[in-house]
Design a protein around this ligand. Structure first.
Ligand SMILES: [Cu+2]
Length: 68
């Protein structure tokens, strides 16, 4: 397992956090995701052999948020 923190712009409330978390957790190989709109980030624990960083970024972007 690896842990990364991605900077995510556009989250404004707990609902946004949930959307980002659910989108990321839906990917195979993602163990957990914890988003914070205050910090503007999401901390993700994942298996790099199963989930790619590109796929994680895309899942967040598909929800309408931008990833640094
Ligand atoms: Cu929101």
């Amino acid at each position: 397992m690896a842990t990364i923190t991605l900077k995510v712009a556009g989250m404004k409330c707990g609902g946004c956090e949930t959307q980002v978390q659910e989108a990321v957790k839906a990917l195979a190989g993602v163990n957990s995701a914890r988003a914070s709109h205050r910090a503007g980030s999401v901390e993700i624990e994942y298996d790099p052999g199963q989930a790619s960083l590109d796929a994680i970024r895309k899942a967040v972007q598909d929800k309408g948020y931008s990833v640094e």
